[in-house]
Each structure stands twice: as structure tokens, then as C-alpha cells.
Design a protein around this ligand. Structure first.
Ligand code: ADP
Length: 859
């Protein structure tokens, strides 16, 4: 949470003496006291006093001083023309920015220019393209407490608005993990620690969270909130979020009318992927491997053609489905497109011409779109009939449904097409935006302008003839306007009605009353035409804005189509197979599975299958470090996630029980959060898993217990696996390089041993990365040490120690076995067995003594 900057205190102390302008600044600072106020003074945004010192430091700009009759004030400013990069730095440094613009023409007033805050820029509510940096969604969240937690997420730049409820803090975290909001508005009294360091926590007016006012707010935008939302908490979260969004638009609430789509979702309708799982499976963020930036799942799936599709694909990944019908519907669409290369390529080609119409229509509705934006919207709408045509023979329900949703918005297209010129300028106030023939008044004004200019063009010839001066010229400059120029040598021929305006070295410049009148007429017509154009443009923009909802519906269909095409392309190009979905709790069967990300970077990736379920519900995977255990476990999880997104999967075949959740406890040493020790983090995550895993869960455990002593670690790992096995029906993959743990599978009825064999080579070991049933036979650590060049003596000594340990275990096993047997009365034969197992050739005298002592004790 950022510190409130406060109004500049030093300034406040001398409030009485301040000039009107600084007093105006101070008022704004006090009113927006949790933001840094950027105060327009001419071409600059200025800050003063403490705020100036702060801004100078953060932005690395020069601290200057303003001097007036009342004193000297520190001041730091940024140019308005190039303000965005500075605002971006401020946001990144944890500030909110209140932009106070001059809201009246400075030349038109003699007194203090009026200024008002026109927007409040915060990390979660930015809409400026320059600040959004990329196609991804940028969410602001709201969180309320009460009987249950209410959660809402809004992307102001696209209009995406979703809500849900959560019963526990953990569930809140899980849902926050999906959307990774940049900012959160939190109800007073609700724990802000639920948000990570990447999220700015904002405290907002308490009354915005009030049920009655939230209801009223929602009603104004969407109609009765009960129709869309479940329960007070959700309603209060959504209402507060709307109030906050309005607040950042500095009271221009009508500009948020494009927020037409509020959808609530039930977390149970999607696979839960909490922040830990998202991170360890690298869905969106690579875990930096020794500072090397990696590839993520979304990267390898992204063959989309437009920003809409990219965001949709990300959203699908964020929320994999659990409903088999919905999954199959998407798979049907992907299958159809995969099988039809031609259509797919033509669709992709057409989709490449699609602009980010979600953001465009949002700009249109907020009154921030210029003529080029409208043109881009039209160009995109032009593509729609092509898309419909390409889907005319579509077979699958999914594609047919999309085709139906791709409405031909010809009215909107025509509206824009008939009004706006083909290649309009960026500026809206300087004309050249509206087509000829669109508006009679504008045409007349333009005609007047044209006629006037033509008259002036003809003037030169006419005056030459009248005066007989061949060198006479008609010209124009910005100070004097039109003039007739005659060289000094010819001034005697100048007629009476010429009035001298300007004397140059070799010439005189004149005007005539008629020329002046014509000129005035032209200037007046120009000015009125510009005004008229702006007015017409705003009219067009407003009538397009009125169709925002239809445009958004079309945008949503385009987005889905692009995402499906992307999945189909990946399926075709990387040889993916259609997964067969089974009910929740059914086994996972994958043949020839691959890790979707590693297979792209690793040459000769070795495919591996898995059968998980029934009496092989828990797999204990052993093998040396670097043999491929983690890759294998993640690959199983990723295949399941992909399938539930509706994607084909990197495998020869896959039959998959639907998962409602993937738990991961992977990679012991990389995440040290909030000062807790790695081991503590690990145990906290494990506690969550043990509490929540059920028969629809897939649990990945990698090297559990690494953060503590080997003995403790092994004991904890064993106890946890036993617990998961006995107390839950979760499908579990458990990887360890301790082959001490392989006997777990013997003890547990529904567990099985898998291992990654290593091949001994001349100078060490090689990994084949292929999984096999059974336990790993040995630890190859010493071979690896040898291959790495550790001196022979050390290697020999290590072998000796391993051997000794093994024997000691054998003896312990024998003796403890003996103890059990002793209860049954057959102890002597067991002691005999133990004795027989002692290999004297390999036993040191001291070890022999130990064995003897133990045997005696037992007897
Ligand atoms: P472990 O978890 O056993 O220490 P990893 O899964 O981290 O091993 O794999 C070690 C390395 O081996 C990875 O970086 C990867 O490049 C490679 N690897 C893993 N699995 C395969 C495979 N199936 N085919 C080819 N290379 C693989």
C-alpha cells in the first residue's frame, strides 16, 4: 500500500498568503490526497513543494523553484506533450496520479484559469494505450467481506467485468491468482494481506460498499443486480468497483456506459489453479532459470491473429472448464478447424485485419476515440462478412454458434463509412475528418471557402492585367493574411484602392477592401466548417457508442474464433491428439505424452505415458536428479489443463478424468515469500493440499521435505504420502531422488513405483528420460560426482560410505522385522536370516561388533 502523499504541508501552513494559483493547487491536493496532483500550467504539468521534491526524485527531473510575491516554492514539471512515460514511472513506483487540466481557455480570461481533475490514473484503471503496454487484460479488483467474500474484477480498457464469491481466504487467493489484478479496492475492515506485492491496495469511500448504494449503482448500469449476481457480498463488490471506476474518471460517469457485460461465475465451474500452481506449471510467467527467461504455456499455444484472441486464450487458460459438454464443444470446434487447413488459414488471414475493437469501442464510449479509431472499427467490421462466409459450411455446434453471433453490423459500418474520410488526421479540431456530401451545411461552408480561394487565385492575373505590372504577386502569410506584392520599381502603377500593409526592402505589400472581405469570408467559413466537422464527428461517435453492446457481442465471437483457430493450428503443427474426457474421479491415461513447453526447446524430447487411477492412484517416481522427474509430473498436469481448456494435447492419445483442481508442491528452493523460510512455505502449501485434495484433484509433489534434515524430510515425505493415499482419493505423482522411499509403494495398496533409469557410461551416467515401472535401483549421485571430476579417493570413500549405510539399513530392517516376528513367536529363525545376510567380506570389524550387539539385545 502506498503512503498517502498528502497536500504539501509547508504550503498549507502559509495558506493565507498564497497566490490564487497556488491556493488552487493546494485545494486540489487536499481533495485528492491519496494521489500526486499534476497541475497544468501552460504546456507543463507542475508539482510544488514536497510533491515537487518527491516527483523530482522519482522521475529524475530537475527540481526548480517558483518565485512570486509571497515566497519561493520548489517546483518540478513535466511536458504535457510527453507526459505518459512519466505517468508510467509514477504508477510503477506505486503512485496514483490525479491530472488537473486547465478547463478554460487561458487567453479568454483575465483572472485565474479554472482547473479541474479530469482523470485519476491508477495501476488498475489505466486506459491509455501507452500505459497499458500490451494486449493483456489489466484488472482492478474489489473485495468485500461478510458472510462470504465478494470479488469483482474489471478491465476498464476492454469492459470485461466479472464477479464471484469465495467462502474462505484460500479461495479468495485462488481467484485472485487467476486474474492477477494490478490494483484492488478493499472494503474497510477486510484483510488487505490477501493481496500480493504486485497489487496496489486502495482504500476507497466506505459508503461505496454500502449495500443500498451498491445496488443503486448496479441498477443504473445493468438493471436489477439480483438477475446477475448472487448475494450481497458480490453486489457490494461490483457496486463499489463501479463507484471507484467512476471516481477515476473524475465524475464523468456517463463515459462508462460501455460496461454492458457483467458476468458472474461460480468458481466450481472452473478448474482451480491457485497462484502456486500457476507459477510452478508456468502457465503465464516463466520461472526464471538462472536468470534465463523461459517460455510459458501461453506462449506455445499462442498462434492467435489479433489482440482479442490473445486475451480470450489467456482467459481460457486462466479458467479451464470442468463441464465435459463445454469442453467437448470447444474440442469439436478445434477438431473441425484442425482438419481444414485452408479455412483455418483464410480465417487467420482475415483475423489479422482485426483491430482491438474491445478497446476501440470502449474509447468510443468514453468519448476518447478519434476519427482514426472509428475508421479502425469500420475496417474490422468489414471483416465480419468474410468470417461468416468462411464459416458457412461449419459443422460443429461451436462454429455454427460463433457464425450466428458474428452479426453483420452494416448500419454501424455505414454510419462510419459515409461520414469519415478514408485517411483522417489524428487531430479532431482541424477539419479534414468528414466526407463531402455527408452534411449540407458543411458542404456549403466548404464551397464558400473554395470559391473564395479560387477568387484569390484568379486575382493575380486580373490585377496584373489591370495594372500592367508583370511582377505583381498575390501571397499569404500567417501574420498579415493575403496581400498583393508589388516591387518598389512599379509602385507608381499601384491603383487607388490598394492600401499599404507592409514595406519590404524591394517591395511593398498591399490589400484591397475586397480582398480583405474575401479573406474574412474564407476564415469565417473555415472556422465554422471545423466546428461543424467536430460536431458531426461527435454525433457519429455517439451513435456508434449507442451500439456498443452489439459491437462487444461481435468482438466476443471474434475473440473465441481466433482462440479456437490458434488451438487448431497448434494441434495441427505440433501433432497434438484430441483428448477423450471422462467423468471426474476417473483415471488419467496418457500414451506418448510430451511436455508442451520443454518439447519445443529440447531436441529429441522423449515421450512418456502415464496411467494414474484405481490401484495405481499414487505414483512414487524415483530417479537421480536431472533424470526428468519434474518435467514428467508437470507434463501430466499440463496435458490435463490443456484438455480442459478445450485444446488438443501433446500425446499420442489421452483419456482423462476431469480434474477440479491441480495442486503442486514443486521446486523446493526457488520461492522464499514474505520472509518465511523455504521449509515453512513448503509446509504451508502442503497443509493446504492435505486439507483440500479430493477425488477430483491431481497432486504433484516434488522433492517434499528438502528444506529440513534428511531424516526429518524423509519422515515427513513418507507421512504425507501415506496420508494422501489413505485419507483422500486424489491422483498423486510424488517425485523423489531418495530411493529409500520406494518401499512406500509396497506398503500402500493403491501406490505404484515408477522410475527414470540411468545408464552407466564409461565416464559417468546418462539419462534416457524414459519412465518405467518399478523402483530405481541405485542412486547415481556418486557417478555424477565422478563424471564431474571429483578426485578418485573421494569417490572411493563415498562408495564405501554408501555401502556401509546400506548394510546398516539391512541389519536394522532385519532386526525390526525380528521384533515384529517376536510377537508371533518365530524370532529365532529371523535372527538366523539376519545373520545369514551379513556379508563378512564387506563388513568391518566395528560393524560386525554392532551387528553382534544388536542381535544379542534382541535375543
Ligand atoms: P529432475 O526433476 O529429475 O531433476 P528434470 O525434470 O528437471 O529432472 O529434467 C532435467 C532435464 O532433462 C530438463 O532440463 C530437460 O531438459 C531434460 N528432460 C527432462 N525430461 C525429458 C524428456 N522426456 N526428453 C528429453 N529431455 C528431457
Amino acid at each position: 500500500m502506498t503512503e498517502a502523499l498528502g497536500a504539501p504541508e509547508k504550503m498549507a501552513e502559509r495558506r493565507e498568503e498564497l497566490t490564487p494559483m497556488l491556493s488552487q493547487y493546494l485545494d486540489l491536493c487536499e481533495r485528492y490526497d491519496d494521489a500526486l496532483v499534476l497541475f497544468q500550467v501552460g504546456d507543463f504539468y507542475e508539482t510544488f513543494c514536497e510533491a515537487a521534491e518527491e516527483a523530482a526524485r522519482v522521475l529524475e527531473i530537475t527540481l526548480t523553484a517558483r518565485e512570486d510575491s509571497t515566497g519561493t516554492y520548489p517546483m518540478a514539471g513535466i511536458p504535457i506533450d510527453n507526459a505518459e512515460p512519466y505517468i508510467e514511472t509514477l504508477l510503477e513506483s506505486g503512485y496514483r496520479v490525479a491530472v488537473a487540466d486547465q478547463v478554460e481557455d487561458a487567453d479568454a480570461t483575465n483572472s485565474l484559469v479554472e482547473r479541474a481533475v479530469t482523470r485519476i490514473v491508477t495501476p488498475g484503471t489505466v486506459t491509455e494505450d501507452e500505459l497499458l503496454g500490451g494486449d493483456e487484460n489489466n484488472f482492478v479488483a474489489a473485495l468485500t467481506g461478510g458472510d462470504s467474500y465478494g470479488l469483482a474484477f474489471l478491465d476498464v480498457s476492454t469492459g470485461d467485468f466479472v464477479a464471484t464469491s469465495a467462502d474462505s481466504r484460500q479461495q479468495v487467493r485462488d481467484e485472485l491468482g487467476r486474474f492477477a489484478p494490478a490494483e484492488a479496492v478493499v472494503e474497510p475492515g477486510v484483510d488487505a494481506e490477501l493481496f500480493g506485492a504486485d497489487c496496489m491496495v486502495t482504500r476507497f469511500r466506505e459508503d461505496a460498499f454500502d449495500a443500498a448504494s451498491a445496488r443503486e449503482k448496479l441498477d443504473a448500469y445493468f438493471g436489477a443486480p439480483e438477475r446477475r449476481l448472487a448475494g450481497d457480498s458480490e453486489i457490494r463488490a461490483c457496486g463499489a468497483l463501479l463507484s471507484y471506476a467512476e471516481y477515476t474518471r473524475a465524475g464523468q460517469q456517463d463515459t462508462l456506459e460501455y460496461l454492458n457485460h457483467l458476468t458472474r461465475y461460480d468458481p466450481r465451474d472452473y478448474m482451480v489453479l491457485d497462484a502456486v500452481a500457476l507459477r510452478s506449471l508456468e502457465l503465464f510467467e516463466p520461472r526464471s532459470v538462472h536468470g534465463r527467461e523461459g517460455t510459458t504455456l501461453v506462449d506455445v499455444l499462442d498462434e492467435t491473429s489479433c489482440a482479442l484472441g490473445r486475451r480470450k486464450l489467456t482467459d481460457w487458460l486462466r479458467r479451464p472448464l470442468v463441464d465435459r459438454d463445454r469442453i467437448d464443444a470447444r474440442l469439436d470446434g478445434v477438431e473441425e478447424l484442425r482438419g481444414d487447413l485452408r479455412t483455418r488459414e483464410e480465417l487467420a488471414e482475415a483475423l489479422r485485419d482485426v483491430y482491438d475493437i474491445e478497446r476501440l469501442i470502449s474509447r468510443v464510449s468514453r468519448g476518447r476515440a478519434n476519427a482514426r479509431d472509428l475508421r479502425s472499427l469500420e475496417t474490422t467490421l468489414d471483416v465480419i462478412p468474410d468470417l461468416r462466409e468462411l464459416l458457412v459450411d461449419a459443422d460443429s455446434g461451436k462454429l455454427r454458434d460463433l457464425r450466428a453471433r458474428l452479426q453483420d453490423l452494416s448500419d454501424v459500418r455505414e454510419e462510419i463509412g459515409s461520414a469519415i474520410v478514408d485517411d483522417p488526421p489524428q487531430e479532431l479540431t482541424e477539419g479534414g475528418v468528414i466526407r463531402d456530401g455527408y452534411d449540407e451545411t458543411l458542404d456549403e461552408l466548404r464551397e464558400t471557402e473554395r470559391e473564395g480561394k479560387q477568387w484569390i487565385r484568379d486575382l493575380e492575373a486580373a490585377e496584373k492585367e489591370r495594372t500592367g505590372v508583370e511582377s505583381l504577386k498575390v501571397g499569404h502569410n500567417s501574420v498579415h493574411g493575403y496581400y498583393i506584392e508589388v516591387t518598389k520599381a512599379n509602385t507608381e502603377h499601384v491603383p487607388e484602392n490598394y492600401e499599404r500593409r507592409q514595406t519590404l526592402k524591394n517591395a511593398e505589400r498591399y490589400v484591397t477592401p475586397k480582398l480583405k472581405a474575401r479573406e474574412d469570408e474564407i476564415v469565417r467559413a473555415e472556422g465554422r466548417a471545423d466546428d461543424r466537422e467536430y460536431e458531426l464527428f461527435v454525433g457519429v461517435r455517439e451513435s456508434v457508442a449507442a451500439e456498443a453492446e452489439r459491437v462487444q457481442d461481435v468482438a466476443a465471437a471474434v475473440a473465441e474464433l481466433d482462440a479456437l483457430c490458434s488451438l487448431a493450428t497448434v494441434a495441427a503443427e505440433y501433432d497434438y491428439a484430441r483428448p477423450e474426457m471422462r467423468e471426474a474421479g476417473a483415471p488419467i491415461d496418457i500414451e506418448g505424452g510430451r511436455h508442451p513447453v520443454v518439447e519445443r526447446t529440447e531436441e529429441g524430447f522423449v515421450p512418456n505415458g502415464v496411467h494414474l487411477g484405481g490401484d495405481e492412484r499414487v505414483a512414487v517416481i524415483t530417479g537421480p536428479n536431472m533424470s526428468g522427474k519434474s518435467t514428467y509430473m508437470r507434463q501430466v498436469a499440463l496435458v490435463c489443463v490443456l484438455a480442459q481448456v478445450g485444446s488438443f494435447v501433446p500425446a499420442e492419445s489421452a483419456e482423462l478424468g476431469v480434474l477440479n483442481r491441480v495442486f503442486t508442491r514443486v521446486g523446493a528452493s526457488d520461492d522464499i515469500a514474505g520472509g518465511r523460510s523455504t521449509f515453512m512455505v513448503e509446509m504451508t502449501e502442503l497443509a493446504d493440499i492435505l486439507r483440500d485434495a479430493d477425488d477430483g484433484s491431481l497432486v504433484l509433489l516434488d522433492e517434499v521435505g528438502r528444506g529440513t534434515s534428511t531424516a526429518d524430510g524423509l519422515a515427513i515425505a513418507r507421512a504425507i504420502t501415506e496420508y494422501i493415499h489413505d485419507e483422500t482419493d486424489a491422483l498423486t505423482l510424488f517425485a523423489t531422488h531418495h530411493h529409500e522411499l520406494t518401499d512406500l509403494a509396497d506398503d500402500l495398496g493403491e501406490a505404484v513405483n515408477l522410475h527414470f533409469p540411468a545408464t552407466q557410461t564409461g565416464d559417468g551416467v546418462a539419462f534416457r528420460h524414459d519412465v518405467a515401472y518399478g523402483a530405481a535401483t541405485a542412486s547415481y549421485g556418486i557417478e555424477v560426482a565422478k563424471a564431474a571430476g571429483v578426485p578418485d579417493d573421494v569417490v572411493r570413500r563415498a562408495r564405501e560410505l554408501v555401502e556401509r549405510e546400506r548394510e546398516r539399513n539391512a541389519v536394522e530392517g532385519a532386526t525390526s522385522g525380528g521384533a515384529q516376528e517376536a510377537d508371533g513367536g518365530s524370532a529365532p529363525s529371523d535372527i538366523e536370516d539376519a545373520l545369514r545376510d551379513v556379508d563378512l567380506a564387506q563388513t568391518t570389524p566395528l560393524e560386525a561388533m554392532t551387528v553382534l550387539q544388536e542381535l544379542k539385545r534382541r535375543l
